[in-house]
Design a protein around this ligand. Sequence first.
Ligand SMILES: Cc1ncc(C[n+]2csc(CCOP(=O)(O)OP(=O)(O)O)c2C)c(N)n1
Ligand SMILES: [Mg+2]
Length: 676
Amino acid sequence: MTAPTATASDVELSNAIRALAMDAVEAAKSGHPGMPMGMAEISVALWNRHLRHNPANAHWPDRDRFVLSNGHGSMLQYALLHLTGYDLPMGELRNFRQLHSKTPGHPETGVTPGVETTTGPLGQGFANAVGMALAEALLATEFNAPGHGIVDHRTYVFVGDGCLMEGISHEAASLAGTLKLGKLVAFYDDNGISIDGHVQGWFTDDTPKRFEAYGWNVIANVDGHDVAAVDAAIKAAHAVTDRPSLICCKTTIGKGAPTKAGTEAAHGAALGEKEIAATRAALHWNYPPFEIPDAIYAAWSARECGALLESSWDAKFAAYRAAFPERAAEFTRRMAGELPGDFARKAKEFVAAQSAKGETVATRKASQQAIEAYARLLPEMIGGSADLTGSVFTNWSGSKAITSAHQGNYVNFGVREFAMSAIANGLALHGGFIPYVGTFLTFSDYARNALRMASLMKLRSIFVYTHDSIGLGEDGPTHQSIEHAASLRLIPGMDLWRPCDTVESAVAWAAALERRHGPSCLLFTRQNCPFVPRAQAVIDAIDRGGYVLADFDASASGARAVVIATGSEVALALGAREALLKEGINVRVISMPCTSVFDRQDAAYRASVLPAGVPRVAVEAGVTSYWHRYVGSLDDKHGTVVGIDTFGESAPAPVLFKHFGFTVERVVAAVKGVAG
Ligand SMILES: Cc1ncc(C[n+]2csc(CCOP(=O)(O)OP(=O)(O)O)c2C)c(N)n1
Ligand SMILES: [Mg+2]
């Protein structure tokens, strides 16, 4: 990027950030002024001298990615976006942290133009950045051609002490080192302060040595208030292309505030009128709040330079398109997140083929068959597991492990569930990929906040969880998920599928892949689940989330009841239906592989599946509480749940199902209890 032509000094550029941060926090009477004031010069070095972006188009594919992992310092990012010329007017900064502003408390992607990922849960933005850098490296290998470097950008991430204390930073940094993500540059805001005070009492790692041990290029002891020093460090980072870089910047939190700088008092509260006045005087910043002189705006503006950068990329891409029209079209499709036009039709054909085959297998196997079918059609599918590939079956015949050569489509994440999930989110955020990552359902807890973030950001991240109940048997209660399905369903916007056989598994996978704006959890069994034959109309109803799998017997009279089941318990429900028919009770079995999708159906459809006034029993090998929303309150005499409200036990699976009462007899008794 060319050097700015306007005449404002680096000091003025830095102080503009400081002023905006302290004034916006003061106006909101809430927020975090210390970090933006401490990272102001680092930001000048990066954003005014190196970052390749175009404020007029926050979505230009080859822009550099910037992540503020220490998201509490959101005013830093808002100040930078405003000053460089994004569509973030001063009114939004005045409205910091207010309802429906574009300046929420922590940066949120989709709310503020130029914010690449939602940050705030410390450490996770760093892992997102690793995912973005991985996406760039893989796309570069796949699409670039000699003389046509159409994918060639960097990922920059700011981290604080908190990010580096978090365990996820270890997981993500370790993998980034192994994968040699040379275009990832992290800046450590080494200010020695976190909320409880000086960090000597709780954070004494030798961070440079730690990152060297991961195989990073570490640039230590940089004066974070010296723009030229940070600029030189960035150049040194760029010079090392086979390792990610960490630039360790010594800074003073709240720099410029006469009494609060260097203390935790600057971290997360408004400085107060008196301190702000004293800061203005100390900085010689003689402008009123929310006023920036034109010369400083001019020096900060990235609009002209950004337009040039993008238009020169456009020219590059036009040449690429002329030379490789198909690859260019594929790149455009992938970055737009669109599936190939014939995907839906081919997915339906696969579902029909699975139905015709009628195999009884474990649904984890059915999942693998679906991956095999769909990944052939979707080169954007990038898989991986947390060291359980042979158990969760997330691989397929075309899987090729990604190494430091940045080729392939399968990440061996190692035992790192949280980073795996946050890296998946980074891949989805970057664009060009649909990530799917797997482990045992019970370990979703290790990754949980990344699932919440995927939902908050409406990302197409697919989380594959096998060994989805006590059905895994001998590994015992530590490995048996009891509350997980229910609790993951509680994440707003998460679609959780728990299919019962090969056909439902194929439909669930297609639904997750076709879901453009939201994540999915796909739950599968370790043990075999019998294939259920269905008419075409029934197959067509699976993607409504809940449907009538076996209806009332029209020729039978007598009491009626509805049994709702998911996954491995559908077979039990079908068995109970047969037994009950013989005893004069007429049962409809509803398979409910995805409750949230069912809930989104219109009321008429839902009522047609779940008729009012008919007693209901829900059956799922997990906690009972979730199902009361479908069968009525605990005291409802006409509804009950067959579930499990304790942890599991270690024993062979068939013994456990019997022990915990997942038998046809128990379901029969439960139905009689409500339908009598
Ligand atoms: C996962 C997570 N835990 C806790 C918090 C609450 N929190 C926000 S900032 C912070 C301290 C961070 O210290 P540091 O990164 O050094 O920030 P600084 O005070 O230097 O700006 C904490 C504990 C959080 N945002 N995310
Ligand atoms: Mg700190």
